[in-house]
Design a protein around this ligand. Structure first.
Ligand SMILES: [Zn+2]
Length: 213
């Protein structure tokens, strides 16, 4: 995985370079929602991995990268920090209470067709502004995951998910499906800690690119 290390080093360099130009003092509030939890495992991978564990791990990595690498650029809250089941309404209620600027629900996909692969982003906008910001954020994250990590881009779509439907307040609201656990290569890739770190970094870098520069 030597190549991946160079890619990550490159991203870190570009990030530090871009942050040195930023003079933004107001922190954006970001709620990251790792899907499922507790008795709700979410999708089960072909390798036996649970969606709930992968998405929690990636959400935590975004949180710690923000603190360690991005100098706490964002004020980040997770809807769950442990393996517990939170109701869908509580997840969007948290974003509402915090007056979150960004809400990202993280999931992994599965399909009967075991060759299906790639990332999907869903939006369910409540206003023209939310549609614009959400779609742009979704496209940027997908483009980053495709260009840097080679994960296929399956586009931004409309999805009638409750966590999106209930969120009227945040500027950008997306549900990110990070790949298919029903596809062997992606299930293995998403299970690896090194890949999870790379995905978390690309997501965070894409958010900085979209909203702060
Ligand atoms: Zn899910």
């Amino acid at each position: 995985m030597g190549f991946l290390k160079y890619v990550i080093a490159g991203i870190i360099y570009v990030t530090l370079l871009s942050l040195s130009y930023g003079q933004n003092t107001d922190k954006l509030i970001m709620v990251i929602d790792p899907g499922h939890g507790g008795i709700d495992t979410g999708a089960v991978g072909v390798n036996g991995v649970f969606e709930k564990d992968i998405v929690l791990s990636i959400a935590k990595k975004i949180d710690s990268l923000n603190a360690n690498l991005f100098d706490d650029r964002f004020e980040i809250y997770l809807t769950r920090y442990r393996d517990t089941l939170i109701s869908l309404s509580d997840r969007s209620e948290l974003a509402k209470k915090l007056n979150a600027d960004i809400f990202i629900s993280i999931h992994c996909n599965k399909a009967i067709n075991r060759t299906a692969s790639g990332t999907e982003v869903f939006i369910h906008p409540k206003s023209e502004l939310q549609a614009e910001e959400s779609a742009y954020l979704g496209f940027t994250i997908q483009k980053g995951l495709a260009n840097v990590l080679g994960i296929k881009n399956r586009d931004v779509k409309f999805g009638n998910f409750q966590v999106l439907r209930d969120n009227h307040n945040s500027s950008a609201v997306i549900l990110l499906e990070l790949g298919f656990l029903s596809q062997t290569d992606e299930a293995i890739y998403l299970s690896q800690e090194e890949s999870q770190n790379a995905i978390a970094l690309v997501i965070l870098q894409s958010i900085v690119k979209t909203l702060l520069l």
